[in-house]
Ligand binder design. Structure first.
Ligand code: GRF
Length: 203
């Protein structure tokens, strides 16, 4: 399968996917990396790995619809089987999400359904939680609300700050995302109406 990764930032998750995809038995290939930010470090990581890149700068579009239209056109040129959001900091339109339904994954730094949206680490600390973590989920029309495929937990230490916690969650992200992408490429996970099937069984 052809994997297209979208990223806005430093791209450490992209890097984990690039590294995984280099393993001899990895069942997919990263065909392109796209960003809405021309200077995202993720683009440099892709270039280093000789992966094609493209930029659709959201600042050049008057509306979300126009931006998503341009993004979709770029994506279609690469004909991906799977679209992986890896720190892609734009909310996608329902038209976009519908067009890629069932083959659009996101990673979110919380134990969903807890803490959708931003500042998840600080919010977990403020709430006095003892467990935090990361979720990989199918993207649906609901922001950070699509069915969860897999999660990894981290324990919150009494002296944790948002930064130290984020660091430990990121370590888990870099393990979890390649595993889930591998499963997808192997045809093991499927999106039902509002649930996930793993090897044909309800998750
Ligand atoms: C990660 O923390 C991810 O969970 C969130 O955005 C961040 C991306 O980091 N969605 P990176 O660009 O992969 O380093």
């Amino acid at each position: 399968p052809r994997i297209l990764v979208l990223a806005s930032g430093s791209g450490t998750n992209l890097q984990a996917l690039i590294d995984a995809s280099r393993e001899r038995d990895f069942p997919g290939q990263i065909c392109a990396v796209g960003s809405n930010r021309p200077n995202a470090f993720a683009l440099e990581r892709a270039a280093q790995a000789h992966i094609e890149t493209f930029v659709v700068d959201h600042q050049k579009y008057d509306s979300r619809e126009e931006f998503d239209g341009a993004l979709m056109a770029e994506i279609r040129r690469h004909n991906p089987d799977l679209l992986v959001l890896a720190g892609f900091m734009r909310i996608l339109t329902t038209d976009f999400v519908r067009a890629f339904r069932g083959r659009l994954l996101n990673i979110h730094p919380s134990l969903l359904p807890k803490y959708t949206g931003l500042n998840t680490h600080q919010r977990a600390l403020d709430a006095g939680d003892t467990q935090h973590g990361v979720s990989v989920h199918f993207v649906t029309e609901e922001l950070d609300g699509g069915p969860v495929i897999a999660q990894a937990e981290v324990s919150i230490a009494p002296d944790d700050t948002a930064e130290t916690l984020a660091e430990r969650v990121q370590e888990k992200e870099h393990i979890l995302y390649p595993i889930v992408v591998r499963w997808f490429c192997e045809g093991r996970i499927q999106l039902g109406t509002d649930y996930v099937l793993f090897d044909g069984e309800l998750l």
